[in-house]
Design a protein around this ligand. Structure first.
Ligand code: ADP
Ligand code: MG
Length: 728
């Protein structure tokens, strides 16, 4: 029996109903070394040192590190932990760990448990198998991981083992970063610096600005048996073949519908694990496509939110198999059905408790809001290509612009109300400095931005970057992505824009303008120079593509080309001036992203060829033989010509598709060989995109999907869409 039918027979695996405590607060963060736990397990001195490091980046000295390590171990052991690991986010896109035990032997052979300060602060994982884009080869340097005290240690509870995880950055000995976290921390610091300076125009008490992130994770859940019977899901995370089911999402009956019981039990289970890890999940619901769901937490400081998202993806994946289920995080697991994204809700908060993207209550705070709001628009306008590059990946290419996801054109949606406000500022403030400015400042701005704007903002689901009342929502981020990359770019471009803003305003002040007037005029100038990025209409429409082109907005549809933005002179300047990436680091990252793209397309292409040859063609040929047998029988029995003609027509149809499949497979393999012969990575990535993917993937799929409809269901080895999507 084929795996498909075995899986179908075994579908009704029992619900696992774990025990839950009634209150989330009772378990929340019980596996995290929180401030409270630190207070409990650390001496006053050690606690102060740790807090100093978290709050203002002070260095922790060796003896303190030893004390802190001891405290963390004492806490971890009280929870049954035997091992520890540095937990980091290499550029592979997953998380990495290497476990060591606390157990060791003293020089005389006495066994003891210990966790030294040095082991907390720094480790040297064998870095040679992580992508470095040539950095290590060039510098012959090793890599090390270094503790990030701003993200708390936590305990991973896997199977029977519990491991203490220390969040770390991963860098080469020559200083280049080899992970997602190191540049993110730098970008957050850059933003803090520029934003505080701008805040101080309005409020001298602000000393720290913290960017915030609330991600919304979309995903599919499918039965594990059916998943295992689809080599494409196993190897690529998406189906490379599969005919659309008779019923897809056209009835629109899934969104916010009731959650199927087996999935519900899985959700409760992974939520429970997440709460214990301090991930503040808040929302869960069905998404638009069948078998698609979403969860979202309460927003947090960006670094922590990023860690929590990567942790969550890991937890979901592990918990799913306890329930005989599989989570698909891929951006587009099923053709013809909505894909998955990861909206990044982003804002900035001051240490005085103000959300800088929330409209204010007084003229002064409203001017502050307008400042940050308009600077964001300007940042997106000036660096749209970098934002586009930050979300580029082989898997996200299947989703962007696929009529259900934001297009590859970066634009900003702000809603009618704020559009009007910006128009007013633009028209009424004018180029000249005159008496109108004062009244504009005092009254108009305030009157035109109502306090309860949040409830008034209209929703536009088709925009890649939308203002939603008190935050921006970057929607083009893919569901598999590590949010760190888009967050690094967004916070860096914002930092750079605010820095320029400060310069521009100070310039006017030096010329004798009053501070508020100088701010207002700079805001106006920014509105004028970036308003072409504003778009309120349907981002999925063909008209928008045309309109965007006439506005001069870029529409780069494929990853290899989108990545070019990472290494332009403008990007090099931006990232070096703000101390985020050196030239070498940017070149390396560009190279790594291109390589990832090539490998993904290569693997998919190989798998398609293999599936077509070993699964599809045998099934089709077998069925064709049955028909030929039947035809022979009909002829022998002297049965009507009509019957024979009909049978022949089916055989011919099968023949056509069988031939096309095998032809496409052969040509695709040849094309791959030609690509592999190219020595330049960028050229190879482009060739894989145009010569392999674009030329053969859809074409091959077309014929395979036709065969799926023609061939006897009993002979078809791959679970069909209707089974994967609707059976649970
Ligand atoms: P939606 O209607 O888009 O689902 P929600 O109110 O549910 O909006 O919020 C989505 C996400 O945005 C949540 O994770 C939420 O915590 C987050 N969010 C809300 N305010 C902010 C903010 N100031 N900064 C960052 N994220 C925020
Ligand atoms: Mg949202």
């Amino acid at each position: 029996m084929s795996l498909r039918f075995e899986a179908l027979n075994n579908l009704s695996s029992p619900n696992r109903t774990p025990e839950y405590s009634t209150k989330i607060t009772a378990i929340f963060a019980e596996n995290v070394f929180t401030y409270q736990t630190a207070r409990q397990f650390l001496s006053d001195e050690a606690y102060k040192s740790l807090m100093g490091s978290i709050k203002s980046g002070q260095k922790i000295d060796r003896s303190m590190a030893a004390q802190i390590a001891n405290g963390i171990r004492a806490w971890a052991e009280s929870k049954g932990v035997t091992h520890f690991t540095h937990w980091f986010q290499p550029l592979t896109g997953t998380t990495a760990e290497k476990h060591d035990s606390f157990f060791t032997l003293k020089s005389d052979g006495t066994p003891i448990e210990q966790f030294e300060g040095d082991a907390l602060v720094q480790q040297e994982p064998d870095a040679s198998s992580f992508p470095s884009g040539g950095i290590r080869a060039t510098f012959e340097a090793r890599g090390y991981t270094a503790w990030d005290p701003s993200s708390p240690a936590f305990i991973m509870d896997i199977g029977y083992g519990k491991t203490l995880c220390i969040p770390t950055i991963f860098v080469a000995y020559t200083g280049e970063s080899l992970d997602y976290k190191a540049p993110l921390l730098k970008a957050l610091e850059a933003l803090n610096k520029s934003a505080v300076e701008v805040c101080n125009y309005f409020d001298k008490n602000v000393t720290r600005v913290t960017p915030t992130l609330g991600w919304e994770q979309e995903y599919f859940v499918v039965d594990e048996g059916l998943f295992n019977a689809r080599p494409d899901l196993v190897m690529c995370g998406r189906t490379v073949f599969g005919h659309s089911p008779a019923k897809g999402q056209q009835l629109e009956d899934h969104y916010f519908g009731s959650i199927p019981e087996r999935v519900y039990s899985f959700m409760r289970d992974f939520e429970n694990e997440s709460y214990r890890l301090g991930i503040p999940l808040r929302t869960r619901h069905n998404e638009v496509a069948p078998a698609q769901f979403e969860c979202a937490p309460i927003f947090e400081e960006v670094n922590l939110a990023v860690d929590h998202n990567t942790l969550l993806m890991d937890v979901m994946t592990r918990v799913a198999s306890r329930h005989g289920l599989r989570v698909l995080l891929h951006e587009k697991p099923f053709a013809g059905i909505n894909g998955s994204g990861k909206h990044n809700n982003w804002s900035m908060a001051t240490d005085t408790g103000v959300n800088l993207l929330a409209p204010g209550k007084t003229p002064k705070t409203n001017l502050m809001f307008l400042t940050f709001f308009v600077n964001t628009i300007k940042a997106v306008h000036d660096y749209a290509d970098l934002l586009r590059a930050s979300i580029a990946s082989a898997s996200n290419d299947f989703r962007l612009g696929a009529n259900e996801a934001p297009p590859a054109i970066i634009s900003v949606f702000i809603g009618q109300y704020l559009t009007k406000v910006l128009q007013e500022v633009k028209e009424r403030v004018g180029d000249k400095f005159d008496e109108q400015d004062e009244s504009m400042l005092k009254m108009e701005i305030h009157r035109s931005i109502p306090e309860l704007l949040m409830d008034n903002t209209d929703r536009n689901r088709t925009s890649p970057f939308a203002f939603t009342g008190n935050k921006f929502e970057f929607r083009a981020v893919g569901s598999t992505a590590n949010c760190a990359n888009p967050m690094t770019v967004l916070n860096t471009i914002m930092a750079a824009t605010l820095k320029q803003f400060k310069k521009d305003v100070d310039g006017l002040i030096e010329k004798g303008e009053k501070k508020e007037i100088a701010i207002l005029h700079t805001i106006r100038e920014y509105i004028v120079s970036s308003e072409r990025v504003l778009f309120e209409g349907d981002g999925y429409s063909a008209e928008w593509e045309k309109e965007a082109e006439s506005r001069g907005l870029a529409n780069v549809k494929t990853t290899p080309l989108a990545l070019d933005a990472m290494v332009t002179e403008k990007a090099m300047n931006l990232f070096t001036e703000n101390n985020i990436y050196s030239h070498v680091e940017l070149e390396a990252r560009h190279e790594i992203e291109l390589e990832k793209y090539i490998k993904k397309v290569q693997i998919e292409s190989r798998l398609m060829a293999e599936l077509a040859t070993s699964h599809i063609l045998p099934a089709a040929i077998k069925y064709q033989n049955t028909l030929i047998e039947n035809l022979r029988g009909l002829k022998e029995a002297g049965l009507g010509e009509d019957a024979c003609t009909r049978r022949t027509a089916i055989v011919q149809k099968l023949s056509t598709h069988i031939n096309s499949v095998s032809e496409n497979v052969e040509e695709m393999i040849e094309a791959r060989k030609r690509c592999n012969g190219l020595s330049d990575t960028r050229e190879m990535a482009i060739a894989y995109c145009t010569e392999v993917k674009e030329k053969y993937f859809d074409n091959l799929r077309y014929h395979v999907d036709k065969l799926e409809q023609l061939v006897d269901d009993k002979e078809w080895y791959l679970p069909k869409y209707r089974e994967i999507l609707f059976l649970r």
